[in-house]
Design a protein around this ligand. Structure first.
Ligand code: MSP
Length: 519
């Protein structure tokens, strides 16, 4: 049911801007965008936030290596992430940069809240730190790499850090967190991640160093100019900066916080499901409803990395395959929550079979038959036969099915499989009914068959909007569906296509991908 007064707040992780975005960043943005679009179409008042994580030692060191002032350096890379949101057709409502004044204000207010609550104390940190992960590790979490260097679980080298530091009393929040995981079994999704986090918390939490003395690139600790905040404390706070914190009484904050979903990658689960909820509890703020941890994208079976030279730039891929085919491929091919692999062969296969042959061909043949044989208007249907009703019913059953899938565990791949089941039904119906044979024999029956098909295409086009927005919109244009009749509410019966509506000459929406043949 449409939920006019219901809000839905979702966020992506905010990316480090020590380089340009790659396909992994694009993947997270696309999946989050599909969810944001789904919820808007389903009648929710959606707030969709993304942004960039500009502080931390990693960004500072990369800027220093490049001989560039850190602010100028992050400005340059942030521009590339903003561009990416544009060329990926991401429908974010806001974009938080952690170097913005509003974010400094929110982070410092958060810090002060924690100080006032007695949750921060001064001490001395000595231990291992991984700059690539921006994370502290205990000795027993490390392994020895080649040449004896100590490595974090991510494979990044760790460094010994010893400095004055402020600590957050994380150790006192373990039981409360475990209780929360018990009371909210779907707080951490998928379940496998929940199990992993639960055993980490059960193994005992240590207080967390939340400031860095030797660094200057960061947000100052209120009242102590010698320290900047630990980058994760500031970065996580972006999720409330984006809805107006520290103005807890503001309409925006009251309307959207707590977030419905934080969408993040599997490498940053601990920060989002242990540190962040502990900070929020300590500050007396509500916890997000769900943290969904997606998997990693590999390229042709290999980890994407600069040293392997296989880092895929999203804009090159769009040039090659087109945006919607990439969005479709990533959401359909990779079970959301698991790792996935990108390969040329598998995307071409999806483009040519699911998009060009199945949905594209369905729409194109239906619309061109109408164009040629029905005077280019939505045909007038006669009485419906059982086969007609069966196809319409199967299309009508999609919204509740897809809604249940998305609401349960964001299984975009299953939602798309479900929609394509009806695409398959429709193609079989075309073959069985063979409208081209009815033209002379029984033109009224041909009109009915083509009406049923056009109406099915309308429903399918409305339902695929979250995943392939531009193509869906082109299909709806060709069916002359008004802008106000494209939400899921328009799937009800009285929004059906009106016989007699003139239709434009159709154009194929999903072209086949043809590999260039080597000369
Ligand atoms: N800055 C932190 C997040 C702070 S959130 C308060 C960070 N940045 S990141 O740039 O390293 O990663 C941004 C997001 O991209 C993360 O969710 C991460 O998991 C995701 N990915 C990075 N590489 C990826 C793949 N190869 N595949 C899929 N997602 C990947 O972590």
């Amino acid at each position: 049911m449409a939920a006019e007064n219901k809000t839905f707040y979702l966020t992506t992780a905010i990316s480090y801007v020590n380089g340009a975005p790659h396909l992994g960043h694009a993947y997270e943005a696309i999946a989050s965008d599909a969810l944001a679009r789904f919820k808007r179409l389903d009648g929710f008042d959606v707030m969709f936030l993304t942004g960039t994580d500009e502080y931390g030692e990693k960004n500072a060191r990369t800027a220093a290596k490049a001989g560039i002032d850190p602010q100028a350096f992050v400005d340059g890379n942030t521009a590339k992430f903003k561009d990416m949101a544009g060329y990926l057709n991401i429908s974010n409502d806001d974009f938080v940069r952690t170097s913005e004044p509003r974010h400094h204000r929110a982070s410092q207010a958060m810090w002060q809240k924690l100080v006032d609550a007695g949750e921060i104390y001064r001490g001395n940190y000595s231990g291992w730190y991984s700059v690539r992960d921006e994370a502290y590790f205990t000795e027993d979490e490390l392994t020895k790499g080649e040449g004896g260097a100590l490595l974090a679980p991510s494979g990044a080298e760790v460094e010994w850090v010893e400095e004055d530091s402020y600590f957050f009393r994380l150790s006192s929040w373990g039981d409360r967190l475990l209780q929360h995981f018990d009371d909210h079994p779907d707080f951490i999704q998928p379940q496998s991640r929940r199990n992993e986090v639960t055993s980490f918390v059960k193994s005992g939490l240590r207080d967390l160093s939340v400031s860095r003395r030797r660094l200057t690139w960061g947000i100052r600790v209120p009242g102590d100019d010698d320290h900047v905040m630990y980058v994760w404390l500031d970065a996580l706070t972006n999720y409330i900066t984006g809805v107006g914190y520290p103005d807890e009484d503001s309409d925006t904050f009251k309307r959207y916080w707590p977030a419905d979903y934080h969408i993040i990658g599997k490498d940053i689960v601990r920060f989002h499901t242990v540190y962040w909820p502990a900070f929020l509890l300590a500050a007396g703020l509500a916890l997000p409803k769900h943290v969904f941890c997606h998997g990693f994208l590999n390229i042709e079976g290999q980890k994407m990395s600069k040293s392997l030279g296989n880092v895929l730039a999203p804009q090159d891929m769009i040039g090659r395959y087109g945006l919607d085919p990439i969005r479709y491929f990533l959401l359909r091919e990779v079970p959301f929550g698991q790792d996935g692999s990108f390969s040329h062969e598998s995307i071409v296969n999806r483009i040519n079979s699911d998009l060009a042959n199945d949905l594209g061909n369905l729409a194109q043949r239906v619309l061109s038959m109408i164009n040629k044989n029905c005077g280019a208007v939505v045909p007038q249907h006669g009485d419906l036969e059982p086969a007609d009703q069966a196809l319409l019913d199967s299309a009508a059953s999609l919204l509740p099915a897809v809604r249940r899938i998305i609401d349960t565990d964001l299984a975009f791949h299953n939602a798309l499989a479900e929609i394509w089941r009806v695409v398959g039904d429709a193609n079989r119906y075309v073959d069985v009914q063979a409208p081209w044979e009815l033209k002379k024999k029984n033109p009224d029956r041909m009109a009915t068959v083509l009406y049923v098909l056009a109406e099915t295409v309308r429903r399918l086009a409305i339902l695929v909007q979250p995943y392939v927005p531009q193509s869906a919109s082109a299909m709806l244009d060709q069916l002359v569906v008004a802008a106000g009749d494209r939400s899921f509410a328009a799937l009800d019966e009285d929004k059906r296509l009106k016989p007699g509506t003139p239709l434009p000459k159709p154009n194929g929406v999903f072209p086949r991908f043809v590999d260039e043949v080597a000369p």
